[in-house]
Design a protein around this ligand. Sequence first.
Ligand SMILES: NC(=O)CC[C@H](N)C(=O)O
Length: 297
Amino acid sequence: MQSFLEKIAAEVRPRAAEGTPAQYIPALARVDPTKFAIALMTAEGEEFVTGDADTPFSVQSISKLFTLALAMEWVGAPLWERVKREPSGMRFNSIIQLETENGVPRNPFINAGAIVVTDALMHNRPTIEVGFRNQMRLLARDETICYDEEVHRSEMLTGDMNRAAAFLLKAKGNLTEDAILVTNAYFHFCSLAMSARQLARAALFLIKPQHGDAACARGLHAQRLRAIMRTCGLYDQSGEFAYHVGMPAKSGVGGGILAVNPTMGYAVCAWSPPLDRYGNSIAATEALALLAAKTGV
Ligand SMILES: NC(=O)CC[C@H](N)C(=O)O
């Protein structure tokens, strides 16, 4: 596996030149585009890594997987009255459907849906940012995980589309808390900095129940979460990714893609900052495609 990951890395790294790191968040535009990592964790606890696997990067929308997992634990069924489980076929930050579909976002992995999930998590929990970070520390078994305050500030300065979504949700009666406070918490979740190794470790609960105190570690909702990853995990490229790669996955505009293979029993995170026009990492997608082909997905 180790030499195979190194071969994949050598093959796909040049593909990064075809894209650019996210430009609309200035702190992400400054990230070194040549960074690259793959980290693979097996259900049995073996770890294989290559490249910059211990360099923290901005998890961005990968946080939506973990906020949803928490909300399924903490909020349960009422969550699904506020957000649907359908692919949107639209860009991740689009608010068009929100207007025509009465303020109920298509799924929890587009921005509007994740803002509803954030609102649900915040309810009666004033320190949700600390709570979420602590859950991630427990899942990844790593106390060093922190928010990147520079990325957070950068998103606060440029996050008007997300504030627009939050105010629309509020106007349609689908936001309980203050729209500005909810988006600030959402920006914090997105600004969490984690390495590929930490993310792959944190995702193991999706293929095998884990010990520990993290709320979602028992993996009670793992199969449902994988279904939503499969259908909505890469925004309006989810169908293409399912065809090309085949693993349930979640991407972020920091250039990370976190995927799981329940049949073979591993979680894997690939990272390369340059993105395609959908906002998904080009080299990370290709790395996962080669891995999937090799491991019989
Ligand atoms: N696709 C993403 O990773 C988007 C997350 C980003 N924080 C945003 O709200 O635009």
